[in-house]
Design a binder for this molecule. Structure first.
Ligand code: 5MM
Length: 340
């Protein structure tokens, strides 16, 4: 294992207060988002949309890494240039989602386990040859009546750790994504308790599998109430609940924590990240960054709507969102940035 290369990649991804752009939606997820806006659900539409993203002028000033999907890492611009080449020339490091999705966990009604370990060593080697330097695996943990079960948390944590160890062996920085999802009416406090339990279990498994903590990235949920909870916390309450949870459960050797957005409105995700950096900047041992999909892409997708004539306007909105999140990393985000 080339430890220095892993550390260098992890540092590069978040240099200059940049973050990650998750554009690794599987075809099913991408098609669902396209269908909601009346966009054709075809290979060509997905390729055109991803071309819009990777050719956005100035994106590399605020995005350090882009997480691709298997279909996307093999695709090209309409002029034949591979997306990977375009991304690297923009100063962005290519990454790849390597799990093959979350399926029902046997014996655990309502819970899922993420699959994809079989043959992973060979797939990682191929992705490295294609130019990927980091990878991502997402586990899904639901909160509900009696959920999550220990069996679900443990199975997902073990898979995340096996995946992370294989990535490091292959020279790829693993992005470890245990997502406590927002479905349900649970409170902020309940989400905090479950997130704490999940993170402790994940790090226990990472240690057991001898994952080098300095050469990985954590991609967690923010600590938030469920979507059906009627109590709306303030920015400060979310910031305190989230960062205090991480200060207890995440080792200081982790180079960066990069949040998923989980379906939060884009501006709110930026405001919450900003509040965390404003309130805790001097006390955090890790960089506190972003790895958003919807909170960067969705406003641009809504403008594009599959039409060539909307590409430039959509790219402008995309890069603006990326810049807002870079400002949030610095604790310099404000509503005025949105007005602009
Ligand atoms: C939680 O999803 C990840 C972050 O996206 P959001 O910021 O929108 O929450 C994201 O990387 C996700 O893993 C991909 O969109 C792929 O999801 P699917 O369901 O297609 O595997």
């Amino acid at each position: 294992m080339n430890m220095q290369m892993l550390k260098d990649t992890a540092r590069l991804l978040f240099a200059d207060d940049k973050g990650l752009l998750a554009m690794d939606e599987s075809n099913g997820t991408c098609n669902k988002r396209f269908a909601a806006l009346g966009i054709a659900q075809t290979v060509e539409a997905r390729r055109a949309y991803r071309e819009l993203i990777v050719t956005t002028p100035g994106l590399g000033e605020s995005i350090g890494g882009a997480i691709l999907y298997d279909e996307t890492i093999r695709q090209k611009k309409s002029d034949g240039t591979p997306f990977v080449k375009v991304i690297i020339e923009a100063g962005i490091t290519p990454g790849i989602k390597v799990d093959i999705g979350a399926r029902e966990l046997a014996g655990h009604p309502g819970e899922k386990v993420t699959e994809g370990l079989d043959g992973l060593r060979d797939r990682l080697e191929e992705y490295f040859q294609m130019g990927a330097r980091f990878a991502k695996w997402r586990a899904v943990i639901a909160i509900g009546d009696g959920l999550p079960s220990w069996g679900c948390v443990e199975a997902n944590a073990h898979a995340l750790a096996r995946y992370a160890a294989l990535c490091q062996e292959a020279g790829l920085v693993p992005v470890v994504e245990p997502e406590v999802i927002m479905d349900g009416d649970h409170t902020l406090e309940q989400c905090g308790e479950i997130t704490d339990e999940v993170l402790r279990t994940v790090f226990g498994e990472l240690y057991a599998q001898r994952v080098v903590i300095e050469g990985m990235i954590l991609k967690p949920n923010m600590v938030l109430p469920g979507l059906a909870c009627t109590i709306e916390p303030s920015l400060e309450e979310v910031a305190d609940a989230t960062v205090n949870c991480f200060l207890r459960a995440v080792p200081a050797a982790v180079p960066a924590i990069a949040f998923l957005s989980g379906g939060q409105p884009a501006e709110l995700a930026s405001a919450r990240l900003n509040a965390m950096n404003v309130r805790f900047k001097s006390r955090m041992p890790w960089a506190l960054a972003f790895s958003f999909a919807r909170a960067i892409q969705q406003p641009a997708l809504e403008i594009w709507k599959g039409r060539e004539t909307n590409v430039v306007a959509a790219q402008q909105v995309l890069v603006d969102r990326a810049r807002c999140n870079q400002a949030a990393r610095r604790g310099e985000y404000s509503q005025q940035m949105e007005a602009k």
